[in-house]
Design a binder for this molecule. Structure first.
Ligand code: T4K
Length: 416
């Protein structure tokens, strides 16, 4: 009889247990997954609901520019996040640019290097110097103490990230920014549905910036938003995302086109209706990983702070190549061959990406925690679209790799 953890069939996927090292796909064996497992495969709510909303927009012949669905989405998002204003935008990056320009930031701004490159890019494009501070090993977010050391007369703001939904030390960062009299912003791209001290991420700092890219827990295909309790800032942002218009033919300031369209809002409304189910499915997947990775030496799964609620959209782990017996990058290659497209976000770090690598060649030397993490981190396919059987099969594969690491490392050396 065949045990379910030896061979299992799911729609489009076929899994075969590895008996010997030559069974690994990297050495010519059949891949474990015939349909690839991606990190952050997009969530999608009810298809009928989405097409129903699209049809309504079609009949209205109103596709963008303050459409009713964008307005509805903004109201519902603000309610859900417990914040006064939600201003949607065409992407998280566009939302960040709007916030930077609306607050008239200048000089330099403190940011983590352990984040997506878009924040530094938007600062650089606005003529502002990103200053990279180190992260706290406990939550991988901006370390308030490292931040404090970077304070200088020309620092006009701090922009912290909640990486993989783990809240930054908001209280300490806010205290620092209050003392310096500068705004605190959050890149909350990963943190929709997460909380800090019992309150939803979205209402902290001067403003929080979300990405609603298809790979995020909640998304609108492409899109983003700024959430804030500041009425004047909200009004500025609304005008600036629409060329600076304040009426039909009045332009009050410089602006851009960062508007969200109705079809994007339709996807947002659809996903918002399904979001509690998405959270529950993501939590189930996360729990499966906790079981599957529990006893694998050299792979330590990052668990969220028990006091906060996570959206469980990401499963990130630290690898220890000494204990595991293969390097993180060898592991990525072995998994890729099996159809498991794990990633190493945010490798190599913003400070090691252009133009920052050339502009600030010594930045890494002052970021020891960031550098160490970038060389160890791995993200596994996770979230509501990944089922428990797949996670268990992946766990068995990782256990097999760990148990045969010496032989695998030798075979890799011979192959390369
Ligand atoms: N701040 C942070 C912390 C961020 O992570 C991001 C974006 C931003 C700010 C900026 O927000 P946006 O301006 O993007 O709204 C992806 C996303 O494109 C990017 O949005 C995201 N972060 C970043 C971390 O990841 P890539 O180049 O790695 O994407 P890609 O195409 O390799 O896709 C990632 C995985 O998702 C793959 O395994 C394939 C899978 N996938 C992707 C898409 C788009 C699908 O299965 N279906 C899909 O439709 O950047």
């Amino acid at each position: 009889m065949i045990e379910s953890d030896q061979i299992s069939e799911a729609p489009g996927s076929f899994r075969r247990e590895k008996i010997s090292v030559s069974d690994l796909a990297a050495f010519g064996g059949a891949p474990l997954f015939s349909s690839p497992l991606h990190v952050t495969r997009p969530n999608a709510g009810d298809k009928e609901r989405f097409f129903g909303l699209v049809e309504e927009s079609w009949e209205r012949r109103w596709f963008t520019n303050d459409g009713v669905m964008v307005a509805d989405l903004e109201t519902r998002l603000a309610d859900r996040l417990g914040v006064k204003h939600c201003i949607t935008a065409s992407s998280g990056t566009a939302a960040m640019e709007l916030a930077i320009r609306a607050l008239e930031l200048a000089g330099s701004v403190i940011v983590p290097a352990f984040t997506f490159v878009s924040t530094a890019h938007m600062l650089h494009w606005a003529g502002i110097r990103p200053v990279f501070a180190d992260i706290d090993p406990r939550n991988w977010a901006l370390d308030p103490e490292s931040c404090r050391k970077k304070i200088a007369p020309d620092v006009s703001a701090v922009i912290a990230t909640h990486p993989f939904g783990m809240a930054a030390d908001i209280e300490a960062l806010q205290a620092l920014c209050d003392k310096e009299g500068i705004p605190l912003l959050f890149d909350s791209a990963h943190a929709f549905g997460c909380t800090y001290q019992g309150k939803p991420i979205g209402g902290f700092g001067r403003a929080e910036i979300f990405s609603f890219h298809a790979t995020k827990a909640f998304h609108t295909f492409e899109g983003g938003a700024i959430t804030t309790n500041d009425d004047a800032l909200a009004a500025d942002l609304r005008s600036m995302r629409n060329f600076g218009f304040s009426g039909y033919d009045q332009v009050e300031r410089a602006g851009t086109n960062a508007k969200m369209s109705e079809i994007h809002a339709a996807m947002g409304l659809t996903n918002l209706d399904a979001f509690d189910d998405i959270l529950a499915a993501s939590a189930r997947c996360f729990q499966s990983y906790e079981q599957a990775l529990r006893d694998i030496g050299g792979i330590t799964m990052r668990l969220p702070n028990a006091a906060d609620r996570s959206n469980h959209h990401y499963v990130a782990a630290e690898t220890d190549s000494e204990r595991l017996g293969v390097t993180r990058d060898q592991l990525l290659d072995l998994l890729g061959a099996e159809g498991v497209y794990a990633r190493r976000y945010f490798y190599p770090g913003t400070h090691c990406s252009e133009p920052y690598r050339t502009l600030f060649p010594d930045a890494g030397a002052k970021l020891p925690v960031t550098e160490a993490l970038l060389n160890r981190i791995i993200q596994f396919p996770a979230g509501a679209t990944v089922d428990g059987d797949d996670v268990r099969a992946l766990g068995n594969l990782l256990r097999f790799i760990a148990a045969h690491a010496a032989e695998i490392a030798e075979a890799l050396a011979q192959r390369d």
